[in-house]
Design a protein around this ligand. Sequence first.
Ligand SMILES: [Zn+2]
Ligand SMILES: [Zn+2]
Length: 292
Amino acid sequence: MYLDDYGRKWFKGNLHTHTTVSDGSRSPDEVAATYRAAGFDFLAFTDHWNPSKTSMQDGLLLLPGCEYDVGTSVVDGIYHIISIGAQHPEKIIRSSSLTPQNILDAIHEASGYAILAHPSWSLNQPAEILKLHGVDASEVFNSVSNVPWNGCRADSSVILDTVAALGMPLPMVASDDSHFYTGEECTNFIWLQADELNFDAIMDALKKGRFYASQGPKMAVEWDGSTMKVHCSPAKYVVFYTNMVYSAKRVAKGPGITQAEYQPGAQETFLRAEVIDEQGRKAWASPVILNL
Ligand SMILES: [Zn+2]
Ligand SMILES: [Zn+2]
């Protein structure tokens, strides 16, 4: 947890973790201890098709979580969807006729929050994502979708920028999807602004989008309808992304910059900011839709 310049609390959490309950290599207690030692405030065990329960363990809030999946071929679409905070087990029957929309609907019926997992790893197509209703957020970065555990498809920002440019600006989370605990754990997470560390406060902040994704850098974004201002921990670059493939003023350059701003033009339809520090670690703020 850290306090920002206004005295507000930001809690650190990972919303995608596997344990020995499915195909993870560490037990739930071992995983909780690993994240607690790394300064995490909340965590969700999202074992495949095994919903977990909420609890508070030595100051670490565990949120209910589960990872559901459908599809085995890119032609038909492969979707992995994370459920967070469901009030009861989602009513999802594993079958060949199951669709990603069925999963999203069941998560919401259980009052859960639905996150599209690793769209780049899944080779999700923007046009197919646009057909879905009720995707509450998407992973912009997934630790384990990277070498040495996978090919280099950890970063989904190109897919999400395309989806945002086509009218669906999805809030962005970064997650570990930890399975092996050989270096992918505790590296990608969200900072979430809430007054208290409990189930209701964290779920409320999540559903209201009061978070940003990070690998370490901290950032705060102000948007007044014409200018986006970013305040951040010392950065090498602050990059502003929009639907425009080129913008001369897109990148603010360091070293050590702690603020940057961008005024989008009339042709720009969405805007988001990304911070990159000297070690190459990133933080991502979610896109906002522009009505200029
Ligand atoms: Zn997955
Ligand atoms: Zn997973």
